[in-house]
Design a protein around this ligand. Structure first.
Ligand code: SF4
Ligand code: SF4
Length: 403
């Protein structure tokens, strides 16, 4: 089982309770972003491009805990930025545990080994470590050499100390299924509890735009990656969500399933889009035009999105119906069976690989001949340069502006 029975039971009783109360829209996972400041600058990140005065803000422990109470979701994913930089991260974690919530503390693990002494292993606390592939792929994705080795060492230490640890992997159109399989093997060997994976979302603000996948390409790539999955690979996803990625099941997004609270307030409509903010969770639920979003909505930005923060809640909600339970049983049964590809799928996959190769070659050529070009200097490049010079302010001081 990918999660402890107590967690599965907590989630199951919560969802059943919502259904018995007749609530059509309910939150499943609170995405708590207590700050946007990070000590990395990944190529597909849509969170770190805020101006410096925003990056210095943080949500206080008091407000973070109040937001969790207000929302009521049984699971809290503490994202960011890098949450381990937050000066009150221990108080946030302790408070959420006392509230009875299951926490996924998302981290790039650069500070994890040092931070472990601040926490005690607990069934409600999991470190969800950002790992985008084997050493070569991960270090390239986070734009920093050596990051993979640091994260791997921290994962092993956390596992040895008895912490729950999962990995969180975002895949882009340059993912090579064979390398991803090797990566899954390696992560399971380190003793992580389970793995999460999702296609990257095409954030408008992300520095690298050409790496994102469109819907049909996502499905064929994930069919190559997840089709005939090894029995040893444990995923922290509902089987129905993995089936969505492979194109076996169609769901629409559930944007209210993973509501987001950050330094601006409650973000409309979802973790990925920022169309304004509300002061209260109730206002978020009551004033967002939900019908505009998702695969069948009118918002173009949802067209290619298959990210877990939108679709996992759809899969979980469906599994509480008879039809959904049957779909889940079938998805689990088929997970390890070999898959076949139609000619059309093979053609699409060949195109995907060829396009990714062309982009890699063009990028290598561009960086060889134009590395000093002003056009290539983005905010991310500047942040990396500052970090290299030790000048980036990576601390959010205790007197940092609160919202
Ligand atoms: S680790 Fe990378 S993806 Fe995560 S917040 Fe930092 S820069 Fe963004
Ligand atoms: S489809 Fe994606 S971008 Fe659109 S609302 Fe859902 S999670 Fe957000």
């Amino acid at each position: 089982m990918a999660v402890p029975i107590s967690q599965a039971w907590t989630v199951a009783t919560y969802v059943l309770g919502q259904k018995l109360r007749g609530r059509k829209r309910y939150p499943l996972v609170l995405m708590l972003e207590p700050l946007f400041r990070c000590n990395l600058a990944c190529e597909g990140c849509g969170k770190i491009q805020f101006p410096d005065h925003i990056l210095k803000k943080r949500v206080s422990a008091e407000k973070a805990l109040a937001a969790a109470e207000e929302c009521g979701a049984p699971i809290v994913s503490i994202a960011g930025g890098e949450p381990l930089i937050h000066p009150e991260i221990e108080q946030i974690v302790d408070g959420l545990i006392k509230q009875g919530r299951y926490i996924y503390l998302c981290t790039n693990a650069l500070l994890l080994e040092r931070a472990l002494k601040k926490f005690k292993p607990h069934k409600q606390l999991t470190f969800s470590v950002h790992m985008d592939g084997l050493k070569e792929e991960h270090d390239r994705s986070v734009s920093r050499d050596g990051t993979f080795d640091i994260a791997l060492k921290a994962i092993k230490k956390a596992v040895d100390m008895g912490f729950r640890v999962t990995t969180n992997t975002t895949l882009f159109n340059n993912a090579d299924p064979d390398r991803v399989h090797e990566f899954f093997d390696k992560m399971m060997e380190t003793g992580v509890e389970s793995m999460m994976t999702s296609p990257g979302y095409p954030y408008e603000k992300a520095p690298e735009q050409e790496i994102f996948l469109e819907r049909n390409r996502t499905k064929v790539l994930f069919k190559k990656i997840l089709g005939g999955a090894k029995k040893e690979w444990r995923f922290n996803h509902s089987p129905n969500f993995l089936a969505i990625l492979k194109g076996d099941i169609e769901y629409d997004c559930t944007p209210w399933g993973n509501p987001t609270y950050n330094v601006f307030g409650w973000q409309k409509p979802c973790y990925l889009l920022g169309d304004g903010y509300t002061k209260t969770f109730k206002q978020l639920m009551e004033t967002t035009e939900w019908a505009r979003f998702g695969q069948h909505g009118t918002d173009e930005r949802c067209k290619d999105c298959m990210v877990h923060c939108g679709y996992e809640a759809s899969a979980v909600d469906d599994s509480f119906s008879l039809g959904g339970a049957i779909r889940m049983w079938k998805a689990s049964k088929n997970m390890h069976k070999p898959v076949t590809f139609t000619d059309e799928e093979e053609h699409l996959y060949a195109q995907l690989r060829a396009d990714a190769k062309k982009r890699e070659e063009a990028k290598a050529g561009a960086s060889a001949c134009c590395s000093s070009s002003k056009d290539m200097t983005s905010g991310r490049d500047e942040l990396i340069a500052q970090m290299d010079r030790g000048q980036a302010d990576l601390k959010v001081s205790a007197d940092g502006a609160d919202r």
